[in-house]
Design a protein around this ligand. Structure first.
Ligand code: PLP
Length: 452
């Protein structure tokens, strides 16, 4: 039995739609939340119920749900030229402008940009670029991809193979040649008596050993999110990127920063790699790139990879890859406006200014709870990890994870937050005010008190 009325929106959703990444018994019982519109960081459902969305849609609605300037930029471009030409020697003016802008705001002094419709496709594209350029340079064996356990890079067959999550086993993934290293989460994977520095060194040693075992001449690239997002908001252990990058450089392995979540302000700087003090060889962007208003991804190549990719393409007079809507002018116009809004309308500043307040509020919640073992995060991306026992860090068991129960209780109270593994993730839109942040704290703590 469930609470869903026949012929309701929820019943119709349940009958005709397939839910992705959703706990099915829960949604059959409770019904999906069917949304009709939004106001700032709030979304409103078909029954008029308001939810503060501490999930920013899916990390991406950074300017909230009713930003007039972004909608206007889309409308203006739809009015001017909705059609597009991405290939065969044609490209829209908006695409040219966005590529220039992306290189300008990137950590690179030069570069080139290639467009996709999603973050998954951008990662997929980057892998194909690496295969293409290594083969073109006479290294066709350089095909293996290094990533980490708990990483999330997408859902296409290649990007899901890069993702370090066990749920992909149902698809028979990962494909051969995708190698997952230890997740740099010191609190969970550090050994007894091991300092954080020693943990980082162990992971660097592991990387050296894997390269020695596989042969550097078989490895195409290393992909990493500056902060793992869907893995449960996991910032790198101290000195992680400084320890691994020289090893990769020594072996000629490009470091690709997957900034689909971290890019454009989420960590408090334009790029997550800037927050963690490294310059990658390329950046993968999506989500915040259009403030969630258009499905779009981008590969931003730094100078070395840009030159090598271009040389590889010139050699066969073509890069035989692309999507029908690559560089869609409406997406590009929205992205140009979104970059302006985030950087120049105070959104990025808001994250920088209020991140310590967010940390402090969540830390208080953790300290008052017997069942929150760790608070981790940066900027406007945080996670509270639920544990049965704080001292031993023992996770909860049971079919429906405790984080799922917390998230459902939050939903009932009008707060959307994300259960990820044993963690509750809070990644609100960048426009979140102090008062809205307090509302988030209050609802979250009330939900925790109800569940524990
Ligand atoms: N990379 C990272 C770090 C992500 O978080 C995601 C999505 O959450 C992706 C890639 C995949 O992006 P998309 O869902 O647009 O395919």
């Amino acid at each position: 039995m469930n609470d869903i009325a026949p012929q309701s929106w929820e019943a119709r959703a349940d009958e005709f739609s397939m839910y992705g990444f959703t706990d099915l018994p829960s949604v059959h019982e409770r019904g999906a939340v069917i949304l009709t519109h939004g106001e700032g960081p709030y979304v409103i459902d078909v029954h008029g119920k308001r939810y503060l969305d501490a999930n920013s849609g899916l990390w991406n609605m950074v300017a909230g749900f009713d930003h007039k300037g972004l909608a206007q930029a889309a409308k203006d471009q739809y009015d001017r030229f909705p059609g597009y030409h991405a290939f065969f020697g044609r490209m829209s003016d908006q695409t040219v402008l966005l590529s220039e802008k992306l290189v300008e705001v990137s950590p690179f002094d030069r570069g080139r940009v290639f467009y996709t419709n999603s973050g998954s496709e951008a990662n997929d594209t980057m892998v194909k670029m690496l295969w293409f350029l290594h083969a073109s340079e006479g290294n066709p064996k350089r095909r293996k991809i290094l990533t980490r356990n708990n990483a999330y890079h997408g859902v296409t067959a290649v990007s899901a193979s890069m993702t370090g999550k066990p749920y992909n086993e149902v698809f028979g993934l990962p494909l051969d040649g995708f190698i997952h290293l230890t997740c740099p989460h010191y609190w969970r994977f550090g050994k007894d008596g091991e300092t954080e520095e020693q943990f980082t060194q162990r992971l660097a040693d592991e990387l050296e050993a894997v390269i020695a075992r596989e042969g550097a001449d078989t490895i195409a690239g290393f992909f990493a999110e500056p902060v793992m997002g869907a893995g449960g908001v996991i910032p790198p252990s101290k000195g992680y990127f400084q320890a691994i990058q020289p090893i990769l450089q020594k072996h000629g392995i490009p470091l690709i920063s997957d900034e689909v979540i971290c890019g454009f302000g989420r960590t408090g700087n334009t790029w997550g790699c800037q927050t963690y003090g490294f310059t990658p060889d390329a950046i993968i962007s999506s989500k915040n790139l259009t403030a969630g208003l258009f499905p779009m991804g981008a590969v931003i190549l730094g100078p070395d990879l840009a030159d090598r990719m271009q040389a590889a393409a010139e050699k066969i007079e073509e890069f035989p890859h692309g999507f029908t809507a690559s560089g869609h002018p409406v997406g590009c116009a929205i992205a140009l406006k979104a970059i302006d809004v985030v950087m120049n309308e105070g959104l990025a500043d808001n994250v920088k200014r209020l991140a310590p307040r967010m940390e402090q509020g969540l830390r208080g919640i953790m300290e008052r709870s017997d069942n929150i073992g760790e608070l981790r995060g940066v900027g406007y991306m945080w996670a509270l990890e639920a544990v049965k026992d704080k001292a031993t860090k023992t996770p909860f068991d049971g079919k429906l994870s405790v984080s799922e129960r917390i998230a459902n209780t939050c939903t009932d109270m009008g707060l959307i937050c994300r259960p990820l593994g044993q963690s509750i993730v809070l990644c609100p839109p960048f426009i979140l005010t102090e008062a809205q942040m307090d509302e988030m704290f209050e609802k979250l703590e009330a939900a925790l008190n109800k569940v524990f």
